[in-house]
Design a protein around this ligand. Structure first.
Ligand code: ZN
Length: 192
């Protein structure tokens, strides 16, 4: 069963009342960007109070400052004028439950969905798998405060990022919906 019919029906309803959103400008009206995890429990529009047209939201597994996330952030300020950025990781992130070695092993075994048990992920597929996973840096997380701080630091020290952009590092708590400040990230992310 595909979710396609549900998604298209939801889109029909959304488009019915689209109204003045047709007049929105391309650059984000509130001039900021958020880099955050793809986790389904996180809705940046809700947790950060965004409406259509307000801000850029860049998402990937973990909300990590990968080369591709930085590519988007650079476009965000250089071409579309954002002046303030957030890096938001979260508690209970799936990226804490495996390492490069683990996911490489799982993928080498099979391409089917692995099972998550008490002792982490284990493969239940029949294969064949692929060793292509060996060539990907999966950017897993051992400690959220460390990962947020490292990512803020990487963004702030990137040669294509101007010194004047403040980068705020926070951890979203999936049990309360609150953004919790990471002081080491705040220190690393101050605008020069
Ligand atoms: Zn996550």
């Amino acid at each position: 069963m595909s979710v396609l019919p549900e998604v298209l029906a939801a889109n029909d309803a959304y488009a019915e009342s689209f109204g003045e959103k047709s007049e929105l400008a391309l650059p984000p009206a509130r001039g900021f960007a958020i880099l955050t995890c793809m986790d389904a429990r996180l809705d940046p529009a809700k947790y950060a109070g965004l409406a259509e047209g307000d801000a850029h939201v860049i998402r990937n597994a973990g909300g990590r400052a990968s080369d591709d996330a930085i590519r988007s952030l650079v476009i965000s300020y250089k071409l579309l004028g954002t002046k303030e950025w957030f890096v938001i990781h979260h508690s209970d992130c799936g990226m804490e439950f495996f390492t490069d070695e683990v996911i490489r092993g799982l993928l080498a075994n099979s391409l089917e969905t692995a099972a998550l048990g008490e002792d982490g992920f284990h493969d239940v597929g029949t294969g064949p798998g692929s060793r292509e996973g060996d060539y990907i840096d999966w950017l897993t997380i051992a400690d959220q405060a460390v990962s947020v701080t490292e990512d803020v630091r990487r963004i702030k020290s990137h040669p294509l990022v101007p010194a004047g952009i403040p980068v705020h590092g926070y951890i979203y708590d999936v049990k309360t919906g609150r953004l919790v400040e990471v002081p080491t990230a705040t220190e690393a992310g101050r605008a020069a």
